[in-house]
Design a protein around this ligand. Structure first.
Ligand code: PMP
Length: 469
């Protein structure tokens, strides 16, 4: 009898062996994984997950920035079950539609705030953030073609941005490791530097001065490319996968001035930041800028089922719709009825429990006060939060803010201490980041902070023992 047909639950070792033999994981060094074996996650409830050895782990990353409503929501399972029994699938090509997709589009339009003359009445669906950003590239180019400006092809993005893993998504992203492996970026995508104050500010420069200077890199790039060739600028409101990089308050207003001056489209990639993460349904509202397209995915279903899409602002929708002609783009699962039904149920939970509002008024400020306190830890150079996400930088010398040698992998060392002590926290270089479920109580936050402090203490101890600090 082989491992798959045995009536007994598989042992951790058996699952790891099958995993290693058959499963190619995303963003994973498989030679390394094979020597250690995957951690097998078997169940979840609330803010916790459990592994196959029975270890209970506080998930301070909400899965992968997505389980905003927390684990164990029976309503979402019920919504999926009911919809599967009614209509598990039908496409939305060929002049057909389905009820959950229509209802969700209307719901999302009602949640997306109008800014100035910009409003969002239309949604294009996909199944992920990456597909949504591919759709953005197609839509932006179609828009300029329809307006008789086909030479406007260049999309400007930022180094250390993350916009997905497909060819266009990875090209829009600014991850050098991804570009190096795929002959990327594809043509007509170019990057400017990120607004990372801690790393890039000049001596004596204030955050606001730096924010304006960083935004003006966009203007420099537009002028270098040629203003008549630039189609759009894409950015995350705060950079998530890049390490929770929070721009100074002066950054977004200056970006808005520049995109307005040159008439280029603004794409707000809110795959992480929408649906309450920053205390609003959509994050552009927090920063007060006016995007033309808004990418979403992840928390629209709290990650219970794949769904993504683009909120299409009136400026673009009008041209696509009124000028007519077929937009030759779409996915089998665009407007998948089960995914849309789960999203509707998820948004209902978020509304009922006022999760965005809680982040804004209650747990966001509480997390900020906790991070201010942890900022005094000897290993922490800076600790900052935005809504219900946070990052801290591990430094060798607190006074001078001297960083560790990258090759030491201090972030990974800290992450290992987190994992071994029942906490999921992510390391991006030497930046430790979290994005916990928005359902956390103050007591949950206290427990998370206790675990974070413990991991920092253990990391400091290890660094001291090894003579690295
Ligand atoms: N954009 C942003 C801002 C993201 O954070 C991510 C995923 N972390 C993506 C796009 C890609 O989404 P997906 O993995 O669903 O394709």
């Amino acid at each position: 009898m082989n491992a798959l047909t045995t009536p007994n639950p598989l042992s951790t070792q058996a699952i790891q062996a099958l995993d290693s033999a058959h499963f190619i994981h995303p963003f994973t060094d498989h030679a390394d994984l094979a020597t250690r074996g995957s951690r097998v996650i078997v169940k979840s409830e609330g803010i916790y997950i459990w592994d196959s050895e029975g270890e209970k782990i506080l998930d301070a990353m909400s899965g992968l920035w997505c389980v905003n409503a927390g684990y164990g929501r029976k309503e979402l399972a019920q919504a999926a079950f009911d919809q599967m029994m009614t209509l598990p699938f039908y496409n939305s090509f060929f002049q057909t539609t389905n009820v959950p997709a229509v209802k969700l589009a209307a719901k999302l339009a009602s949640l997306a705030p109008k800014v100035g003359e910009r409003s969002f009445e239309h949604v294009f669906y996909s199944s992920s953030g990456s597909e949504s950003n591919d759709s953005n590239v197609r839509m932006v180019r179609r828009y300029w073609d329809l307006l008789g400006q086909p030479q406007r092809k260049v999309i400007i993005s930022r180094h250390n941005a993350y916009h997905g893993s497909t060819m266009a998504g990875a090209s829009l992203g600014g991850m050098s490791g991804m570009h190096a492996q795929g002959d990327l970026p594809i043509p007509n995508i170019t990057h400017i530097d990120q607004p990372y104050f801690f790393e890039n500010a000049l001596p004596g420069e204030t955050a606001d001065e730096f924010g304006v200077r960083a935004a003006r890199w966009l203007e420099d790039k537009i002028l270098a490319v040629g203003p008549d060739k630039v189609a759009a600028f894409i950015a995350e409101p705060i950079q998530g996968a890049g390490g929770v990089i929070i721009p100074p308050a002066s950054y977004w207003p200056e970006i808005q001035r520049i995109v307005d001056k040159y008439g280029i489209l603004l794409i707000s990639d809110e795959v992480i930041c929408a649906f309450g993460r920053l205390g609003h349904w959509f994050a552009y509202e927090k920063f007060g800028y006016k995007p033309d397209l808004v990418t979403f995915a992840k928390a629209v279903t709290s990650g219970y089922i794949p769904l993504g899409g683009v909120m299409v602002g009136d400026r673009v929708a009008k041209v696509l719709i009124e000028k007519g002609g077929e937009f030759n783009h779409g996915y089998t699962y665009s407007g998948h009825p089960v995914a849309c039904a789960v999203a509707l149920a998820n948004l209902e939970i978020m509304e009922r429990e006022q999760l965005p509002q809680r982040v804004k008024d209650d747990i966001g400020p509480y997390l900020a006060s906790c991070f201010e306190a942890i900022g005094t830890h000897p290993l922490v150079g800076v600790a900052e939060t935005c809504g219900f996400t946070a990052g801290l930088v591990l430094v060798k010398n607190k006074a001078s803010r001297e960083r560790f040698d990258e090759n030491l992998g201090v972030g990974m060392m800290c992450r290992r201490h987190c994992f071994q002590n029942g906490l999921i926290m992510r390391a991006v270089g030497d930046r430790m980041i979290i994005a916990p479920p928005l359902t956390m109580t103050h007591a949950d936050i206290d427990e998370m902070m206790r675990l974070i402090r413990q991991a920092l203490d253990l990391t400091l101890q290890e660094l001291t023992q090894k003579g690295l600090i």
